[in-house]
Design a binder for this molecule. Structure first.
Ligand SMILES: CCCCCCCCCCCCCC(=O)SCCNC(=O)CCNC(=O)[C@H](O)C(C)(C)COP(=O)(O)OP(=O)(O)OC[C@H]1O[C@@H](n2cnc3c(N)ncnc32)[C@H](O)[C@@H]1OP(=O)(O)O
Ligand SMILES: CCCCCCCC/C=C\CCCCCCCC(=O)OC[C@@H](O)COP(=O)(O)O
Length: 285
């Protein structure tokens, strides 16, 4: 079909106008675009990471490379991540980190505080996420099959041995799945069994609610955003036995929920220290 000169340019301009109108009018369009870019960018970063990580093979030291590659992502989204309590990380020994899990955006807060030789425990499905899966495997991320409780538990028991023999730390999301509802799901007990078996401390980490700038349910993702990542004091498991696990899990969840409500600015739980300019939340301790 013959078009008059300049028709293609006009069509292109019209398309751009339509797209930009959609962009400005629809916050859902922004949400989808931002999330698609987030996943796409991670897949791209993983492509960069793979050859560098492959030199060492599957090795927890590769986690440093993933961390370095991901640290800038918060700037792309205008998210300010404030870390408090990082001095609570024991300097040398192994431990189990437990943290709340709201969204895949947790990766940003996680990378901000991730200690050396610390690997997350992830669902097996992540292995099949293309380049990201391979990068995770090369970085020593531990995969569990959530559909096979017995297998997941035996992987956790092996991890307990690895913690001690290879001086590594693990990061577990004890809710076991992402939780978008602005609170915390009941905790699964794997992380606590693991810490008790290895007799290592638990380091609870709380990331404040994203509701101010991000909501999957409302398809909303605005800038700027703020998130506080609070590292709580270590909880000792010395002398505890498997019988103590339920009480241990409950008490850790209780203290995390209290802090979550305190530091979240979404109106659900206070967060006054973050709201006041120059308040305690401004400081990076
Ligand atoms: C640049 C590229 C970058 C790419 C990105 C990089 C970063 C990627 C970051 C990725 C981040 C990804 C993040 C993610 O992917 S999050 C999703 C995956 N993570 C998890 O699910 C971790 C949390 N889950 C658990 O801890 C569960 O308990 C497990 C999975 C272990 C079992 O769950 P399941 O639902 O099947 O069973 P259950 O919990 O009802 O337990 C059944 C019973 O067994 C008991 N029990 C449990 N454990 C042990 C044990 N060790 N020894 C002895 N007993 C144990 C337990 O107390 C219970 O008994 P009782 O208490 O009822 O009597
Ligand atoms: C050739 C195959 C291409 C596959 C493309 C897959 C697209 C995925 C793109 C990028 C991967 C980003 C990795 C981000 C990791 C975020 C970790 C995360 O949040 O996992 C969720 C898990 O905690 C709980 O899962 P559920 O809430 O139970 O569900």
């Amino acid at each position: 079909m013959e078009l008059w000169p300049g028709a293609w340019t006009a069509l292109l301009q019209l398309l751009l106008l339509l797209l930009s109108t959609l962009w400005f009018c629809s916050s859902s369009a922004k949400y989808f675009f931002k999330m698609a870019f987030y996943n796409g960018w991670i897949l791209f970063l993983a492509i960069l990471a793979i050859p560098v990580c492959a030199v060492r093979g599957r090795n927890v030291e590769n986690m440093k490379i993933l961390r370095l590659l991901l640290l800038h992502v918060k700037y792309l989204y205008g998210i300010r991540v404030e870390v408090r309590g990082a001095h609570h990380f024991p300097p040398t020994q192994p431990y189990v980190v437990v943290s709340n899990h709201q969204s895949s955006l947790d990766l940003l807060g996680m990378m901000e505080v991730l200690p050396d030789r610390c690997v997350p425990i992830a669902k097996r499905e992540l292995l099949w996420a293309g380049s990201a899966g391979l990068a995770c495997w090369l970085a020593g991320i531990i995969f569990i099959d959530r559909k096979r409780t017995g297998d997941a538990i035996s992987v956790m028991s092996e991890v307990a041995q690895t913690l001690l023999t290879q001086d590594v730390r693990v990061w577990v999301f004890p809710e076991g799945t992402r939780n978008h509802n602005g609170s915390m799901l009941p905790f699964k007990r794997g992380a606590f069994h693991l810490a008790v078996q290895a007799q290592v401390p638990i380091i609870p980490i709380v990331m404040s609610s994203y509701q101010d700038f991000y909501s999957k349910k409302e398809r909303r993702f605005t800038s700027p955003g703020r998130c506080q990542v609070r590292v709580l004091p270590p909880v000792s498991t010395e002398g505890l036995t498997p019988d103590d696990v339920p009480a241990l899990a409950d008490s850790v969840r209780h203290s995390m929920l209290t802090i979550f409500r305190e530091i979240s600015t979404d109106g659900l739980g206070g967060g006054d220290c973050l709201k006041k300019p120059g308040g305690a939340g401004e400081a990076r301790l």
